[in-house]
Each structure stands twice: as C-alpha cells, then as structure tokens.
Ligand binder design. Structure first.
Ligand SMILES: NC(=O)c1ccc[n+]([C@@H]2O[C@H](COP(=O)([O-])OP(=O)(O)OC[C@H]3O[C@@H](n4cnc5c(N)ncnc54)[C@H](O)[C@@H]3O)[C@@H](O)[C@H]2O)c1
Ligand SMILES: NC(=O)c1ccc[n+]([C@@H]2O[C@H](COP(=O)([O-])OP(=O)(O)OC[C@H]3O[C@@H](n4cnc5c(N)ncnc54)[C@H](O)[C@@H]3O)[C@@H](O)[C@H]2O)c1
Lengths: 205, 205
C-alpha cells in the first residue's frame, strides 16, 4: 500500500495531467510538484512507488503517467456512483460537472421524503431509498455518497453494505461502523477552512 | 512555513483532540497517527515543527496541544465567514453544524438572484451581493467561501479582494486570479472520490 500522503497527491497530479494532456507531451517533476503543493523530491519518490520513471532532462510522458495514475487509483474505467440524500448537498454533488470530468458517473439519487422522490436533478429522477437494495444487487453502481443527516447515516450505511457496496464517501458528521471489507472516507469541509486559515495567516504575518 | 503534508494533518489531530478533550488528559503519538492516517514518526516530526514535545511514556497534554494547534492554524479566536452563492452548495454549507464546531461562524450569505435574496437559511437572511463590499469594509467577516457558478467566480473574487478579504475557499471549478497577498484554496470533491477509489481497490485486491 502507498503512503497516505502519496495517495492524496495522486489526484492532484492527475488534475494537472488532465488539464495539459491536449497541449503538452511531457511534464517535469517541478510542474507536478507545484500542482500538488509538494516539492520535486516528493514527486520523484511518489512516482518511484508506481515504478514510473522519467527521462533525465525531458521529464515524464503526460499520457503514460495519466494512465498509470488512473490505474493505480482504480479509475482506469468509469465508476458508477449513487448519492443517498437529495437535499442541498446531494443536489449540489449530483449537479457538479467535476465528478464526470474525473471519471465518476452519478447514476442514481435516493431519498426517503415523498416530496423529494420523483423530482428531477439534471437527467436523473430521485428514487425511493427503499429501491436502493435492488438497484445495488443489479450492479447499477459500486460506490456511494452519503448526504443524509447524521441520525440516518448508520442505517443507510447498513443498507448499502448489505447490498454489497464496499466504498462509501460519508459527509454526515458521524462516524459509521462498517465491516473490514468496506472502506469509508469521511469528508469534513471545515478542515479545508482550517488549512486555508493557516495559509491565510502566513500572508498576514 | 510548515510542510504542506504537516499543515493538512493538523486539522485531523485537532478533530481527535476536540473529540477526546472532555474525557482524557493525555494522548499518544499512535492515537494521533491513527486519526490522521499517518505514522507515529510523522506525528513526532509534525509536533517538533511546532516546538511541542510530549513526556516519554505519558504522551501529549490534550488541552495544551489543542490550544497550540489552534494558534498555529490561526483559529485561537473564532473566525467570521461569508458564503457567496445561496444555491444548493451554499445552503448546505451555511446549514452545516461542523463549521461552528470547528471555530467558524457563517455571518452572511449573498446571492444576486432576486428569488434568493431575502430568503432565510437557519438564522440568516440572504443578502444582495451588491451589499458585500460595504459589509466587508465594516469588518463583518475576513474569510469567504465561493459557491457560485464558474462564470461568476472571478468577478466575485475581484469584489472580495477589493473589499480587503485575503482568504477565499473556492468551490467553483475554475482557477481565480488574485494578488500575492490573497490566499485561495481550491476544493474539488471529486478528488475525495479518487482517493476513496484507491483505498476501495485495496480491499478488493
Ligand atoms: N462534511 C461536510 O463537510 C458537510 C458539509 C455540508 C453538509 N454536511 C452534512 O451533509 C448532510 C446533508 O446536508 P444537507 O444540507 O443536504 O441536508 P438536507 O436536510 O438538505 O438534506 C438531507 C436529505 O436527506 C434525506 N434523508 C434523510 N434520511 C434519509 C434516509 N434514511 N434515506 C435517504 N434519504 C434520507 C432527507 O429527506 C433530505 O432530503 C448533513 O448530515 C450535513 O450535516 C456535511
Ligand atoms: N468543488 C466541488 O467539489 C463542488 C461540488 C459541488 C458544486 N460545486 C460548484 O459550486 C458551485 C455552486 O454549486 P450549486 O450546486 O450550489 O449551484 P446553484 O446553481 O444551485 O447555486 C449557485 C448560486 O450562485 C448564485 N450566483 C450566481 N452568480 C452570482 C454572483 N455574481 N454573485 C452572487 N451569487 C451568484 C446563483 O444565483 C445561485 O443561487 C458551482 O460552481 C458548482 O460547480 C463544486
């Protein structure tokens, strides 16, 4: 398994590679370092974990590196994602074009509230959360995003795990319990503000 | 300036320290490492940058470390934040209790759409974005979150910068240009999905 700091930098390298893939053939470790807020030594070490090496004085091949990182992240093929909770956050995520640009297709949005069920978000129509188990079993998606209130998060997680989902991105402000075969990543946007606050202080200093 | 990987870990240490501050007096580097998905050596190095040392065999003082990290992040005092864009994302962020728990108070939400202006989000009433400059100048807030479409992001950023705001969290999928005195942090939630996808693969392997 790669070190966590390496894993977290890979999407940032990929963002740069996606952005420049139409205009450039090679990229330097300095450019990759800037994109990830790291230094060139981090970059070279990260890529050596992937057994990927550049040509001295030329750099790394943009398309080869992009494909290598996609494979490492498990997104060489598009991934289907479901969102549970069609409230403010669920709708913002379902409408966000950035997911599709990075290889994720939102294929279903679920809710338990009659007022939400049947409403549309982009091309999708919100489905009753009771249909979630059947849809999972049909293989419609293999990743889920939790955008429900904290009180509902564990129950929805249990439903997803029972239906065979093994990767969950949890926005609800509560830790959910899952078996060892399931990976949950917790998002807390207030941490982004805390990191920003640190860098903001630098400027003020 | 601290290494970026250290800065990004500090909020994760802080989350643990906040969670245990009522029940425990000390914490070990292993516990901090688990909270941040790092190893104990990373923790000791990170805290040595803060000139903060534990007692061998006992660990670190929870309240002292919490206060030290808060000072380092610039959140020893509560920070006032404005959100620009009262759409799905802006509302989800304004309603999110996690911001207040981590020391940030959302004091104003702005929009340009007559249908949004005057509507309420929790205790706040959405204000016309034309009032943003006066409110900034009054010192109502010193950090801003951009939750507007990409086409509006640069113009709103210029307004904020002109009014003296130096820290901006940008959710719009576009890079905004700012002077050197201003810090912008770009959020892209699809990267969270990419990192999750990597860890999900491990389980499948
Ligand atoms: N982690 C972060 O950074 C962050 C940021 C913003 C919001 N949040 C959290 O995200 C969650 C959603 O926020 P929001 O603003 O969209 O809230 P919201 O109230 O607008 O939406 C929640 C939706 O979930 C639905 N729901 C409730 N129980 C359900 C169930 N069992 N199955 C399916 N759907 C169910 C509701 O009907 C509602 O439509 C909240 O828990 C909030 O605290 C987290
Ligand atoms: N970075 C991420 O991970 C992420 C995730 C979700 C959404 N987004 C982005 O966040 C933004 C908001 O998403 P949303 O779903 O809330 O969209 P939305 O359309 O629901 O809301 C946008 C709001 O901004 C307002 N607005 C437009 N121009 C404005 C201006 N000049 N001044 C003030 N307000 C203005 C609109 O009136 C609307 O209320 C979009 O750019 C979207 O792409 C990013």
């Amino acid at each position: 398994e790669l070190p966590r700091a390496t894993v977290v930098r890979l999407p940032r390298y990929l963002r740069l590679l996606d952005d420049i893939s139409r205009s450039r053939e090679t990229v330097s470790s300095d450019q990759l370092a800037e994109a990830a807020g790291a230094n060139a030594a981090n970059v070279r070490r990260d890529l050596s974990y992937l057994d990927f090496h550049g040509v001295r004085g030329v750099g790394y091949s943009v398309t080869e590196l992009r494909d290598r990182i996609r494979r490492e992240l498990g997104i060489a093929f598009r991934r289907n994602v479901a969102i549970v909770g069609a409230g403010n956050l669920g709708r913002a995520l379902a409408n966000y074009g950035g997911l599709s640009r990075r290889g994720f297709d939102v294929v279903a949005v679920y809710d338990k509230d009659d007022a939400a069920i049947g409403s549309t978000i982009g091309k999708l129509s919100v489905r009753n959360v009771q249909k979630l188990t059947d849809d999972c079993s049909n293989g419609d998606f293999d990743m889920a995003i939790l955008a429900v209130p904290a009180v509902a998060a564990q129950q929805v997680t249990d439903q997803l795990v029972e239906a065979g989902i093994e990767t969950i991105l949890n926005f609800a402000p509560i830790r959910v319990g899952v078996p060892d075969t399931v990976t949950v990543r917790q998002v807390d946007l207030s941490m982004e503000l805390q990191v920003l606050s640190y860098y903001g202080r630098r400027t003020l200093a």
